[in-house]
Design a protein around this ligand. Structure first.
Ligand SMILES: Nc1nc2c(c(=O)[nH]1)N[C@@H](CNc1ccc(C(=O)N[C@@H](CCC(=O)O)C(=O)O)cc1)CN2
Ligand SMILES: CC(C)(CO)C(=O)C(=O)O
Ligand SMILES: [Mg+2]
Length: 255
């Protein structure tokens, strides 16, 4: 049975950890789905496969293009798509148009938006009222890289309190789940206890309701990855070796 938002919330109640990974194409999506991953995120971290240095340049059209390929590989998991930078921050109307376009054109179940400041809370609340499931994202929000860099957030008492309040506001706005990125483990734990919707951590300790990694990091395919990413295998090495062997055989006339 395919995973629903209701089921995901039940997982939190049952304290069953939620497995989340990113996918950017059909091949990976289908492998992740077959492996029983609960939620597949078409993240704007896909910027890396376009050779962009951060997530800011990715467009809504590029996200949709990849999300359509991912959709064909997803049969069981819940599929969520990141709204890219400047396709939802301007106004409720802009967010509504972008989210609507993503859901209509890709068949994804939900969208993810970064930020928990008052205007974003209002936007998310309006999307939810319109029937669009929203995943929140607080702590380190990579689309604000030019303002806050990529450092851990929630280091000062003031910042800790702000992130906690944002998480509570997100729950009240109606998100079905939220990402907690690059914050201290004890803060992530506090938020996880406080909100009734599942928290999915990345660089936020092991006490969240679920964990997410960028799949190319886990596979050792990324050019570079954040310090909190665990690399489970080294695909860069495997690929380089395989390509080297093929090249050698071709050049020696053995292939
Ligand atoms: N592939 C990959 N791309 C990503 C993410 C990921 O998960 N993996 N996640 C998002 C970016 N998040 C981060 C978070 C932290 C860092 C990082 O490297 N932080 C250093 C500081 C770096 C700095 O200050 O310049 C630290 O020590 O905290 C990089 C990307 C989007 N893109
Ligand atoms: C996985 C996560 C949360 C990392 O920022 C994400 O949003 C992405 O991959 O784009
Ligand atoms: Mg993202």
């Amino acid at each position: 049975m395919a995973i629903t938002i209701q089921k995901l919330i039940q997982y939190k109640q049952q304290q069953r950890p939620i497995v989340v990974l990113t996918a950017w194409d059909y091949l990976i999506a289908q492998l992740l789905d077959d492996s029983g991953v609960d939620l597949i995120l078409v993240g704007d971290s896909m910027a890396a496969v376009w050779g962009y240095q951060n997530t800011l340049p990715i467009s809504l059209e590029e996200m949709i293009y990849h999300a359509k390929a991912v959709r064909r590989g997803v049969k069981q998991a819940l599929m969520v798509v990141d709204l890219p930078f400047m396709t939802y921050q301007e106004s409720v109307t802009q967010a509504m148009r972008s989210a609507g376009k993503v859901l209509k054109e890709t068949g994804a179940t939900a969208v993810k938006l970064e930020g928990g400041y008052p205007q974003m809370i209002d936007t998310i609340s309006r999307l939810v009222q319109a029937g669009i499931p929203v995943m929140g994202h607080v702590g380190l929000t990579p689309q604000s890289v030019n303002q806050i860099g990529l450092r851990q957030q929630g280091k000062t008492e003031e910042s800790r309190d702000r992130i906690l309040q944002e998480a509570i506001a997100l729950e009240q706005a109606g998100v079905f789940s939220m990402i907690l990125e690059h914050i201290p483990a004890d803060l992530a734990f506090k938020i996880t206890q406080k909100v009734s919707v599942p928290t999915i951590g990345i660089g936020a300790g092991s006490h969240c309701d679920g964990q997410v990694l960028v799949t190319s990091d886990l596979l050792g395919l990324s050019e570079k990855q954040p310090p909190f990413a665990k690399v489970y295998t080294n695909l860069r090495e495997t690929i380089t070796q395989a390509v080297g062997e093929f090249s050698k055989e071709v050049r020696e006339g053995k292939f």
